[in-house]
Design a protein around this ligand. Sequence first.
Ligand SMILES: NC(=O)c1ccc[n+]([C@@H]2O[C@H](COP(=O)([O-])OP(=O)(O)OC[C@H]3O[C@@H](n4cnc5c(N)ncnc54)[C@H](OP(=O)(O)O)[C@@H]3O)[C@@H](O)[C@H]2O)c1
Length: 311
Amino acid sequence: MSDRGIGGDNGDNSSNGHNSNASVTVIGLGPMGQAMAGAFLDRGHPVTVWNRTPSRADALVARGAGLAGSAEEAVRAAGVVVLSLTDYDAMYAVLGGVDPAVFAGRVLVNLSSDTPERARAGAAWAAERGAGHLTGGVLTPPSGIGSSEATTFYSGPPDVFEAHRPVLEVLTAAEYKGEDPGLAALLYQLNMVMFWTSLTSYWQAVALAGAHGLKAADILPLALDATNLTQFLEFYTPRVDAGDHSGDVDRLAMGLASAEHVLHTMRDAGVDGTLPAAVAEVFRRGVASGHAGDSCSSLVEVLKVPAGSRG
Ligand SMILES: NC(=O)c1ccc[n+]([C@@H]2O[C@H](COP(=O)([O-])OP(=O)(O)OC[C@H]3O[C@@H](n4cnc5c(N)ncnc54)[C@H](OP(=O)(O)O)[C@@H]3O)[C@@H](O)[C@H]2O)c1
């Protein structure tokens, strides 16, 4: 076991993030957790790691991390315990068997993504054990970990955030968003709904291009332009907030016709049309709700209504 990991701070209960050599535990060594543990090692922090599949720790141990023999040993090893797990269920699976008394005075920095509700429940779970809980929404892939140009949103007790800011800033720039533990999770999910849908639209375009003998590289300039929505977002934002969906520059009926052209182009090419069919369906509902002459932004009002409860 490395002297930079377990026992580096004698397993003390300190959660003082101002100590530049503060010991840190990282639980969960997927691509993200590995990058995070690596960033802490790069900055000279004693690091203890634990992962369900221990072999994922090999490279980190070779670099000086200590490998805990159990999740409980990992929690005991540092005042700051970073969780980088698939979701909050994984947190309960990993930490549920740990003696509750071990958490007192420690801080769980939960960088696992999940819903705002589950983040709030996770914070309450930690509080029941006397631990602080910071919810984090990491807005970068693993390659951005260790860079101040990448950002993570945090929410939770402001004093806990401030006390640990230096440690958090080893990973990325740290933006505090508010006390509600669900807030960082909400902002993360807002980011992801746009990210996944946009990226899937790119996979869709590449599949269509491929069906016509074009490679991804052939459509890169077009893809970069099409996915740059800056002008549209800046135009629509004040109008949406003002409830102004007037059809002066675009009309939903036009949008529906266009969405159906996209769908038919997929079908003609023999390409899966699940995504464009869903888009066309949303437009169709908007038109059916009486918004044919309104701007496509009126879909915001349509989407606010749960699908099952429409008249
Ligand atoms: N990767 C990205 O680009 C990215 C970007 C932003 C945010 N995130 C978020 O960051 C978190 C970690 O990302 P990742 O890519 O490293 O995720 P991942 O590949 O899913 O790895 C997650 C870790 O969770 C562990 N795990 C999952 N279920 C478990 C269970 N029931 N019991 C014990 N351990 C369990 C895995 O252990 P095993 O190794 O044993 O399977 C692994 O160490 C996720 O919440 C993800 O949404 C990821």
